[in-house]
Write a protein that binds this ligand. Sequence first.
Ligand code: OGA
Ligand code: MN
Length: 225
Amino acid sequence: MRLLITVARRIHKRSAASCSGAATNSGLQFRDDQLVCGSTGELVQRLRGQVEVRTEFISEEEEGALMKELEPGLRKKRYEFDHWDDAIHGYREAERAQWGEVCEGVMDRLRAVAFSEGSPLLGPVHVLDLDKAGYIKPHIDSVKFCGSTIAGLSLLSDSVMRLVREDEPAEYLKLFLPRRSLYILRDQARYKFTREILKDDESFFSGQRVPHHRRISVICRNLPV
Ligand code: OGA
Ligand code: MN
């Protein structure tokens, strides 16, 4: 029992990384417990359970199947760059309610890990295609339309997400979102923190540059209660 507690403590400690700490990796190979850092280790601890990144959530084949279904529709649209009041710069988007077998399997898995059973979901899945020069400015999703949980798959590119506490801007978290990972944001992390995807020239995590290529996110949300 003691041993278990010691091991648990160690894991706990290691995962509470402050973003200002020295990078422990060369190259962009982070373990799952190193994908979230923050203004302080204490903040990372406090938001544990509300912020999650799972690497390799989908396989290369599944990413290919998603792209095959999404690309024809996306390609018909143009990236939008100059909507001054938009939260997103350099994007095109779509919604999708029906999927082929492989993609439906991915969606089932996503729903099973991110949402509690019976939690009513926003019908169609949101697909956001960010150009290489695209980025998402700080914003909080409308509380009128979306509930407490947001879960997103990242396709085609690694990226860095930043969460900044709305009423305390010194408090922030950064998430390294590897290609083919899933992130889940819940509760405070979703309601109290603005969320952004950093533009290419600001895209750094733990002192390392994370080049931002074209990135597609597939996002599921639940409904407000
Ligand atoms: C959004 C959003 C996050 C993402 O589309 O409003 O916050 O992962 N997206 O693309
Ligand atoms: Mn949003």
